[in-house]
Structures are given as C-alpha cells and as structure tokens.
Design a protein around this ligand. Structure first.
Ligand code: GDP
Length: 456
C-alpha cells in the first residue's frame, strides 16, 4: 500500500551492531538482491536469523545476520526486514545506500511507527508512548510510557466515548422523532454518564502535573554560598551512578543536562556549570546570580553550612525564594561539625529543612525521600487514580472535552434546545478521538512524528 522504506535504526557511530530496517511490500525482494546466505539452499524462513554476507553486485559490503518478518505480525504491520551488520558509521551507511538503490525510499522521522499507526496496530497515544520510552529519563517515566503503550489510555478513552455515545443515541432519537414527545431532555442514568465522564476527565487532567514531573523532571537548582558543600553534595548524588547526562540538540550549541534520579523523578539540574566551576565564581555566585537561577528553577535546594553563622546573604536568598514562591528545601550541611545554625535559627523559613552531611553522606537517603514526597505532595491524596497523562496534547484535548461536557450541563439546566447538546456531544467525542488519533489532521500527525528519530 505504501512505498517500501528503509533506515538505519541504531544510533549513528561505532558500535557492536548496526541495524538497517526495511518495511513494505518490496522488503523481501530487496533483501534477495543483496543478501547471500552462507548456505544458499537454506530456506530463509520468517522470524529467524540467517547468517551470510551483503553484496553490492560482486562487491562484498559486510558480514550480516538478517531476519525477515511477515506482515501483519510486525512492528509496522508490513513485511519487514532487519539487517544486523557491523555497527560502523560507514558500513551501515553503505548498506543503507545499497538498499535505497534497490528500490526503497529513505524513511522519514518516526515513519516506521507512523506506519504501525496508519495500519491500525497502535493508536496515536501508543505511538507517542514509543517516543517517550526512547527518551525516558528514569524507570518511573518509562513505566508510565509502557502503560500507555500497552493501551491503558486508549482503553480509558474508549470507555469514556462509550458513555458519551449512549447519550448521543438518546439525543438523536429525541431530535429525530419529536412526535414521540419525550419531554425530559435527559434521563437520570444518562446524566450520570455525563457526570462520570466529567469526573474521570478531571482526574486525568489533574494527573498531568504529576505526569509532567515524572516525564520531564523538575528543574532543580542547588544554590548557596561558596564552600557550603554544593559540589560535594552534587558528587554524592551523582556518585551512585543514578545520574544521567543527556545531550539536547540545540540549534546553536548542544546543551548538556545533568539529571539526578530521585526515586524515579528526574531532577534536571540548572546551572551545574556554576557549581562545578566555583573556583572563579566563588565571589560571584552571590545574591544576584542566585536570583537568576531561582527564576529558572522549579525546586531550590538551598545549602547552608551549619558550622558557620547565618549571614545577611543567606537571609536575602531565603527572601528571594519566598518572593518567587518556589518550592525550596534548606539543606543544613556539615552537621558532622560543631553547629552554629540550628533549625530554630531559620524557623522564619516556611519550607522543609533537612540536616545532612554531604561529605559523610549522612541524611542523603532521607533527603531523597523527602524531596520525592515534597515534589509530589499535591498528588498524594489522589493516588487512587492510577492512570497518569504525561502529554500536553492529551491534556488540551481533555480540556476541550471537559468544556463541551460542561456546556451540555448548562444547556440541560437552562432548558435550552436539544440540538445544542448534540453539537457539544460531537465536540466532546471528537476531542477524545484526537487523543487516540481516530480523528487526526496531517498537522497533528506531523507534530507527533516530527519528534521521533529517523529509523524508529
Ligand atoms: P561549594 O563551594 O559549595 O561547592 O563547596 P564544596 O563542595 O567545594 O565544599 C567546600 C568544603 O567543605 C570542602 O572542603 C568539602 O570537603 C567540605 N565539606 C562539604 N560538605 C561537608 C560536610 O558535610 N562536612 C564537612 N565536615 N565538610 C564538608
């Protein structure tokens, strides 16, 4: 149905293995033209690895293992071939070029996954989950994405749609057969349907804040005067190999982000360079710089040296945090030394205060636990709702549905004409269908798949 596409599906660079993936009707034919199995008489079969060599005419390009997968039981639902070759930059490129020469077209970003969607194997929310898994920063965010990939969100949306469709059926009867004289605009059980939809959608919308934190992390700043122990703290957090360094490709330069994984929530550190290069910033990381950093962050870890008296600067920084209304935790560090600051000295600070020794690594575990609870605080009561949305696109669609449902309540309560309800019902259903992609414009699809990498 679609053209046959191909791409290198492994990251570019040198690695043990590189995989070239081909999908479409011509996949097997293309493989036949370039692959010679070691045992030429052997049936290549399906879903089996075959050992052999890739040839461009008589010229041998690489040794390879290839597998043929018969649609529709494949990632894309089409015939798929995967060529496992040596993972060199040039070798994979050469094999890809050969595959293209034999009739495939180079796949666009996310096109394999887009085909899985177009061919009906997954819905749009599942396609988005694939991307989120690839970009997942912590196990927790990946497990949310896996639930979405499994179809949990899709199923939930389908259930909500069913409730709305019951209402639609009734409204249509009333509108189509006015002579039946159905007076009461909406029977109680259908009103319940709408109430249910409204409640469930609200829960989903409210889960977004938590989902966003788990997926994207919290922008976190570690601030404090020179020598209070910021870099020691950072190192003790990073030492346990829970830190991930991610490169975000930017237009002008690559930004390197350092991420600390705290109980599955990624803390994306703001301005770590400022901490690492304290030597010459020692005098500069004063109140002005702190102000700048506080503004960029969602969570502030303000480190104080408990063995030194509280100074004017410290008061100023606490004041800044308060003015900015940011979540902040004061870390009273160096509690292994004799104390000059106690909790009582800073009881004017209304956030969390924790006592630690970054050097001796005491209180770090507890600190992580408290950070976790502190960040998710507002969600604790609502932990009964398991399904968590992480995607802003889903949130906006749900908000549109919610508005439409509220309009319906208004129409009913003010006894306005029924046809108004049917307009809003359609709007509510359509918005839900946008999430799963049953209704989708090229714009939405482009937007979703342009975030993918080539080869996925
Ligand atoms: P920064 O300038 O805030 O990044 O501070 P550093 O992390 O470089 O620490 C300054 C000094 O304090 C270093 O000599 C650290 O070894 C020491 N230090 C950091 N944390 C502690 C602690 O918990 N206890 C003690 N006794 N010393 C610490």
């Amino acid at each position: 149905m679609f053209e046959t596409i191909a791409a290198i599906s492994t990251p570019r660079g040198e690695g043990g293995i590189g995989i070239i993936r081909i999908s479409g009707d011509d996949s097997f034919e293309i493989l036949n033209k370039i692959f010679k199995a070691k045992n030429p008489n052997k049936d290549l079969g399906f879903y089996k690895f075959n050992y052999g060599f890739i040839y461009d005419g008589d010229y041998m390009l690489d040794e390879a293992m290839t597998v043929r997968m018969k649609g529709p039981k494949t990632y894309t639902c089409e015939d798929v071939v995967e060529i496992n070759c040596h993972g060199g930059y040039l070798v994979t490129q050469k094999i890809l070029e050969l595959v293209l020469k034999k009739g495939a077209r180079h796949a666009e970003k996310g096109e394999f996954t887009k085909r899985a969607f177009m061919n009906g194997r997954i819905d749009l929310s599942q396609a988005e989950a694939v991307m989120d898994i690839i970009q997942g920063k912590t196990e927790k965010s990946i497990s949310l994405s896996l639930e979405q990939l499994r179809g949990d969100l899709r199923d939930k949306i389908q259930n909500l749609k069913k409730l709305l469709l019951d209402v639609t059926a009734h409204v249509n009867v009333v509108l189509d057969y006015p002579e039946e004289g159905i007076d009461e605009p909406l029977p109680a059980h259908l009103r319940d349907n709408l109430e249910n939809v409204h409640t469930e959608i609200n829960k989903l919308i409210n889960s977004y804040d938590k989902g966003k934190k788990i997926k994207e992390g919290i922008k976190t700043a570690i601030i404090g005067k020179p020598n209070v122990g910021k870099s020691t703290l950072l190192n003790s957090l990073l030492k346990e190999e829970r830190a991930i360094v991610t490169h975000i490709p930017g237009t002008t330069r690559d930004i390197i982000e350092e991420v600390i994984n705290v109980r599955g929530i990624p803390l994306v550190l703001v301005d770590t360079a400022g901490i690492r290069e304290t030597e010459d910033l020692v005098e500069n990381i004063g109140v002005e710089k702190s102000k700048e950093i506080i503004e960029k962050s969602d969570l502030i870890l303000f480190v104080l040296d408990a063995s030194r008296e509280l100074e004017k600067d410290d008061h100023q920084i606490i004041e800044l945090i308060r003015e900015n209304n940011k979540k902040a935790i004061i870390l009273l560090n160096k509690i292994d030394l004799s104390r000059k600051i106690t909790r009582e000295n800073i009881d004017f600070f209304d956030g969390e205060i924790l006592e630690i020794s970054a050097k001796e690594e005491t209180g770090i575990e507890e600190m992580e636990e408290r950070i976790y609870n502190y960040i998710l605080e507002e969600d604790v009561e609502d932990s009964s709702e398991k399904l968590v949305i992480t995607n802003i696109r889903h949130k906006s669609a749900l908000e549109k549905t919610k508005e439409a449902v509220e309009n319906i309540f208004e129409t009913i309560d003010s006894e306005m004409p029924m046809d108004l309800i049917s307009v809003d019902l359609k709007e509510a259903l359509d918005s839900l269908s946008e999430i799963t992609g049953e209704i989708s414009s090229e714009d939405i699809l482009d937007h979703v798949f342009s975030n993918f990498c080539v080869g996925k």
